[in-house]
Design a protein around this ligand. Sequence first.
Ligand SMILES: [Zn+2]
Ligand SMILES: [Zn+2]
Length: 345
Amino acid sequence: MFEEFERELRNLELNQGVQIPIEIAIDEKGYLDRSCPHCECRACFKVLFEDWRDKVPDAAAFCPKCGAKDDPKLFKTESQNRYFHEVAKAYLVERLDKALSRAVRRTRTKRIGTGFFDIEMSVSYQAGPTPVVLPSSALEVLRQDFQCEQCGCRYSTIGAAHFCPACGHNSATADFEQTIDTILKGVDSLDEIGLAVTDKYDIDVGANFKKKFLENQIEDLVTLFQRTSEALFSELPNANSIAYNINAFQNLRRGSELWHSATSSNYQNYLTKAELEEMTTLFERRHKLSHTEGMVDQLYVEKSGDSAYKVGQRLVIRETHVKRLAELVRRLVDGLREIVAESNS
Ligand SMILES: [Zn+2]
Ligand SMILES: [Zn+2]
């Protein structure tokens, strides 16, 4: 009596990789939500659906934030994963159910899937342990759309991005101005966005969001500077003859020495000693934020020269810090562009 059921089970087993048609949600601009599979990053971003389908190779996709390279199938968001599992389960249940029904010669109906999954997750913002789903007004300000200058892939992120999801191209130089503008626009609208988050959640989530947002902007600016100077440095005619460590441009002293060894110009041609010290302090603060949750230790006090804090305090990032760092980064990058132009003329 259960022969048909057993046959169906065997078919499913033999048919490794059963194809299940799945409807997938895209946003109003035609973008698909993606999430970085790297355990430390997990950044949410979006890729124009047709570019994800046509431009991203089967072998690997890249995270625009951290550059992690992995199987494109692993870039599903948590809600997409949940939805896919549900659909797959419902499909299998129905297939087995049908076989079983036929076997016992009675009919039963079964509803399949739930249709579109909740696309709200796409716009979540990691502010503390729980992701905050940003109100759409905030997204309009913070969303940055990119198109890769190498392969044409179109993608969006909240805040800065540095790599094309399809080809991994470091897009920092081309997107530099736009990224700085988006960061500044976000800071200028922060009170408004904070209010919208408070309205949606509560005052603590709103306050935590604002704090985390400013910290993230400092991180974004440091990474933006690192990626941009790396990309500009590689445009120097003699770049290949100079060996350097992958994180060299995160360190201002080390970066300046590299430029000097390649071109005889260095950061002091563009920023004063005091400005460079200020920038070093802000870079060190970012380092503490990402490695010790912002807690000040002896090493920080020694390396940053920051006299505003004592060991054991927690760093506080203000809007003025973000704006000041944006200004210094912009001036220094303008200077580096000049060096590259002169070296190639
Ligand atoms: Zn990532
Ligand atoms: Zn590309």
